[in-house]
Design a protein around this ligand. Structure first.
Ligand SMILES: Cc1cc2nc3c(=O)[nH]c(=O)nc-3n(C[C@H](O)[C@H](O)[C@H](O)COP(=O)(O)OP(=O)(O)OC[C@H]3O[C@@H](n4cnc5c(N)ncnc54)[C@H](O)[C@@H]3O)c2cc1C
Ligand code: FES
Length: 284
C-alpha cells in the first residue's frame, strides 16, 4: 500500500488537478459513488474526495480535486513519485446501479463532473444508455469531456458564457432533454449544492427519480462524529455511511448550504496562515 502518485495532470492550471494513485487495496473494492478520506501530512485535517475512476487490474484510483483551501492547496504541492501519507477507503455507499430500459441522465457541474464520470461509467458497464450533461462557467473550466464521451451515448456541454457547447445552465439542457427526449429512467447529479437543488427540482417536475451526491463536511467518514449529518425526508442521515447519495427530492438543501459555511472564518484564516508560510515548489 504505497499511495504513490503515479501520474499528475493539471486539468485547470492552479485550480484543478487529477492524481492517479497506486492504491491496489482501494482500487480492488472501489465502486462508483465511493470516496476516500485522506490526510496530506500526519498532523493535517482529513478531507473526503470522490473516486473519479478506479482500475482494479492496474491497482490505481483517480482523484480530481479543486484547490479551495489549505488542505487541497497542500495536496496540490505533491508531485509524481511522492506518496499521500494517509489514504482511507473506499468509503460510503456505492451508487445504486441497476439495468434500466430507459436512458440514465448524469448531470455534472464543475469538479463534480469528475465524480459523476465514475457513476456514468458504472451505468454504461451495466448496459444502460447514458446521457451526460456537463456544465461550467466557461470553456477553460470544463473537465472530463473526452473521458465522458467514452462512457456516454451522448454528451451535452453547457457553459454560462456560451464559449463551448450551449450557452446556459445544465438545468436548461436537462429540462429540454426531459421535455423532448425519450423518457429518462433516472437522473444522477453531482456538483455544487445550488446546482443539485435545481436539478432535483426539475426532476421532480418531470416525475423522474433523482440521486444527488452530497458534499457535506466530513471528519471520520465512518458514522461516529456526526459532522456530516443531513436532513433527508425530515430524518437525520449521515452522508458518510448512509450516503453520500440521496433522493434529491427529499434533501433539505437550504440546511446543507448553511452547514457548509459553518467553519468559513476558520477555514479562511487557516488558508491565509498556510499561504504565508508555504514555500512554493512550482517555480523551482
Ligand atoms: C463525499 C465527498 C466527496 C468529495 N469529493 C470531492 C472531489 O472529488 N473533488 C473535490 O475537489 N472536492 C470534493 N469534496 C469536497 C472537498 O472535501 C473539500 O473541497 C475539501 O475538504 C476542502 O478542504 P480545504 O482545506 O482545501 O478547504 P477549506 O477552506 O477547509 O474548505 C472549503 C470548503 O470545503 C468544504 N470542506 C472543508 N472541509 C471539509 C471536509 N472535511 N469535508 C467536506 N467538505 C469540507 C466546506 O464547504 C468548506 O467551506 C468532496 C466532499 C465530500 C463530502
Ligand atoms: S463524517 Fe463523521 S459521521 Fe459522517
Amino acid at each position: 500500500m504505497t499511495n504513490t502518485i503515479l501520474r499528475k495532470r493539471r486539468l485547470i492550471p492552479g485550480q484543478t488537478s487529477e492524481l492517479v494513485i497506486d492504491a491496489p487495496h482501494i482500487a480492488a473494492k472501489a465502486r462508483p459513488g465511493n470516496f476516500v478520506i485522506l490526510r496530506v501530512c500526519p498532523t493535517g485535517e482529513r478531507i473526503p474526495l470522490t473516486i473519479a475512476d478506479a482500475d482494479a487490474d492496474a491497482g490505481t484510483i483517480t482523484l480530481v480535486y479543486l484547490v479551495l483551501g489549505k488542505t487541497t492547496a497542500h495536496l496540490d504541492t505533491l508531485e509524481e513519485g511522492e506518496a499521500i501519507p494517509d489514504l482511507c477507503g473506499p468509503l460510503g455507499q456505492p451508487t445504486r446501479i441497476r439495468r434500466h430500459d430507459g436512458p440514465v441522465v448524469c448531470v455534472g457541474g464543475g469538479t463534480g463532473i469528475a465524480a459523476m464520470h465514475h457513476i456514468a461509467k458504472g451505468h454504461h458497464l451495466a448496459g444502460n444508455r447514458v446521457t451526460g450533461i456537463i456544465g461550467a462557467r466557461t470553456e477553460a473550466l470544463l473537465l472530463f469531456e473526452a473521458e465522458l464521451a467514452g462512457v456516454c451515448d451522448t454528451v451535452v456541454v453547457t457553459t454560462d458564457d456560451g464559449s463551448r457547447g450551449r450557452r446556459g445552465l445544465v438545468t436548461q439542457a436537462l429540462e429540454e432533454r426531459l421535455r423532448d427526449g425519450e423518457p429518462a429512467a433516472e437522473i444522477v447529479a453531482v456538483g455544487p449544492v445550488p446546482m443539485m437543488a435545481a436539478v432535483s427540482e426539475v426532476a421532480g417536475r418531470f416525475g423522474v427519480p433523482c440521486l444527488v451526491s452530497l458534499n457535506s463536511i466530513m471528519l471520520d467518514g465512518i458514522g461516529m462524529c456526526g459532522a456530516c449529518r443531513v436532513a433527508v425526508g425530515g430524518e437525520t442521515r449521515f452522508a458518510c455511511v448512509d450516503g453520500p447519495e440521496f433522493d434529491g427530492g427529499l434533501v433539505d438543501f437550504k440546511e446543507l448550504a448553511q452547514r457548509l459555511t459553518a467553519f468559513r472564518p476558520m477555514e479562511q484564516q487557516s488558508y491565509a496562515e498556510y499561504q504565508k508560510h508555504h514555500v512554493c515548489r512550482c517555480a523551482n
